[in-house]
Design a protein around this ligand. Sequence first.
Ligand code: ATR
Length: 287
Amino acid sequence: MKIDGTTKIVGIFGAPVTHTASPAMHNAAFASLKMNWVYLPFHVTLADLPAALNGIRAMNLIGVNLTMPHKVAALSLVDEVEPEAKKLGAINMVMVEKGRLLGFNTDAYGFVRALQDEFNFDLKGRSVLVMGAGGAGRAIAVKCVLEGAQHVWIANRTASKSDAILKAVGAAGTVEAIPLTNDAIRKVIGRVDLMVNATSVGLHPGDSLGLDPTLFTPKLCVFDAIYRPAETALLKTAHAAGAKTANGLNMLLHQGARVFEIWTKDKMAPLAKMRQALKTAVYGVSK
Ligand code: ATR
């Protein structure tokens, strides 16, 4: 790639940002389409986020992705938030448009596309158990409601956080909060079509939610938003019990593809190239 005076710059803000696979995915897309664009990682702390966002406006970047810990904080720092992202309560991308900062959420879109890819699963009329009530849990639970899910249970260790989502969503009757325990999950699992892990449990070796293997059946789809490691303890247990399982790599891929399409004003994302680059960056293999 040759950087010159016309190179368009995009990137990602995070802290830490050292493990991000997004530069590999996006730069592979740019290279495959011979675009003079570059995607860079920027270590930006929460305290510096306002200045950094003003910086992308001042420097005329196309836009940036946002990762930990910025997805919720950035909501109040941009000029405009797309209506769906407001409901989801988080943004993972900011684009500069005529000097204004526009906030988007493509994580939720990535989640829906990943369910289709992995399980041929459509949320409409289905029942979902979402574990986790942080930024990721909220966005996933709300997206399920927006896509027409019949019922959504939010299971979280800290009840006040799931209660806060219930208040924000206002979907009385559709969304219900339960404790993140085997007993509470056992009471509803017979009605659950899809179980989602949106907690951070599973990221570190030895991490486990400790769910009882007897909760899982072959009719259940289990989606873990975590993609590194490729198989969390949850997915291992679910798989062994015959449930259909998938990790979060396809969600990451599809959120990135959507970002690519927004930044390039609807150029089609080279999905196969992006998937291959992502797998190589995350797992060190392309297959
Ligand atoms: P994110 O933006 O990725 O959602 P977060 O806002 O820090 O990150 O949320 C982390 C989620 O993982 C929360 O639902 C958290 O539960 P609490 O609300 O009770 O903190 C959940 N989590 C983290 N560690 C956990 C653990 N050891 N057991 C159960 N849940 C855990």
